[in-house]
Design a protein. Structure first.
Length: 159
């Protein structure tokens, strides 16, 4: 089975992968409610105000590291990658947050680092909530249905 990186970082696939993952972020932010949701939405809007392409550029930059972090779970195989990620949510969430934490240690924009610092304490909750949507999106982008560990079938009309 090809790795997520081999599949989704291919030059002809990477732009659509980034766009789809920005869509995941947008949908997750939009789905937040209450006081905490308002804070997330405000922080997200502030980050986008600093640079309207910030989320897309950050996603593109971190994509190889995110895919590397998710690869062990992908290789375990499952018919529903979102459910599989959720079944191991603590480990998966920590793997993904390690990527963003490393990036936040050396930010391109001081304002972005400040915003990240404000939302980081609750990040685990939000990343965990996004795992089903993230897994489903990646599985769709990869164009495979993983049926058992180490095997995959290409979905009709994909790849």
């Amino acid at each position: 089975m090809p790795t997520l990186s081999e599949t989704l970082l291919a030059p002809d696939r990477r732009p659509s992968t980034v766009d789809a993952l920005v869509g995941v972020v947008d949908a997750e932010v939009k789905s937040k409610s209450g006081i905490g949701g308002a804070a997330i939405k405000t922080a997200y809007a502030a980050a986008k105000k600093v640079d309207s392409r910030l989320v897309s550029r950050a996603t593109n930059r971190m994509l190889p590291d995110f895919l590397t972090a998710l690869e062990p779970y992908w290789q375990e195989g499952t018919a529903d990658f979102g459910a599989h990620l959720t079944s191991q949510q603590d480990a998966v969430t920590e793997s993904l947050l390690a990527v963003t934490d490393r990036r936040a240690d050396n930010p391109s924009h001081a304002a972005v680092a400040k915003v990240y610092g404000m939302v980081r304490p609750k990040a685990k909750t939000h990343v965990t909530a996004a795992l089903p949507r993230l897994g489903s999106t990646l599985q769709s982008l990869a164009g495979t249905v993983v049926t058992q560990p180490g095997s995959a079938e290409t979905q009709p009309g994909t790849v």
